[in-house]
Design a protein around this ligand. Sequence first.
Ligand code: C5P
Ligand code: MG
Length: 294
Amino acid sequence: VLAIWHQFIKNEIPELSKCSVLMRDRARVEETIYSMKRTGPSGLQVISDFDMTLTRFSYKGQRVPTTHNILDNRLLIDEDCEKKIKRLLNTYYPIEIDAQLSPEQKQPLMVEWWSKVHELLIEQKIRKNMLERVVRESGSRLREGYREFFDLLSELQVPLLIFSAGIGDVLEEVIRQNNVFHPNVNVISNYMDFDAAGVLQAFKGQLIHTFNKREGALLHGARLRGRPNVLLLGDSLGDLNMADGLSNTEHILTIGFLNDQVEERKESYVKSFDIVLVKDETLEIPNVILKNIL
Ligand code: C5P
Ligand code: MG
């Protein structure tokens, strides 16, 4: 009977059979989706990372800029600063995605990366009123299917928490310009602190980097109570901590985008996320799952 039941559920989500979709335990994934469906939209919340999760990793053979990289525009930073930021990226990004290093080993190095870049940005006296134009001129791109994703959650009043180690002001501008900054969207991120003249003078609050999302979640998690089912989307193993601190969760389904260093990281991603999407630049699978639940 169970086998027939599984077959029945399996047929409901044929997209999960694609070869870019990896699952440690497909039956558990399907059971979780079914359980979430029984509770319905009123019991669901979605927590998602932003850079390289809601945005594409690459487009037409070029890397899509992260919220930090969007600021790489001569309107905001000079050539010397651009070079320094590129050098830091070339040093620290390989560490961020290194399959051999543990999150604990990466943590202090990520703090170094973020702090150095934020200091450089402050030195450049970035002006708030330039952000809109800089985002517009950037090659930022949300994943294919983003409109359906955001609109669906908004229509059913499912809260969407975007939890990003990027720059909140830039992130908000990206989703605003794509017309998907709906009222159900909340953002936890690194926000710029501008002085009265609109010049960047500091970053607000505690720094969020890729591997300390647990602390951020514990700090901000309280307001997410009351929705026991969680769909979590990320592209880094550090993103799995975004749901830490939630109390009374019933079902958590985690989806991980594996964009880079695929062979090196495949095993650990399949071990850690319920669903792994390999080099998939779309939100097709999250959308299919949502339409199943909602
Ligand atoms: O939204 P998310 O948490 O993914 O944002 C963090 C991402 O921004 C990291 O994955 C990192 O690669 C990237 N980053 C960057 N430049 C920095 C710091 C982080 O592109 N200076
Ligand atoms: Mg990310």
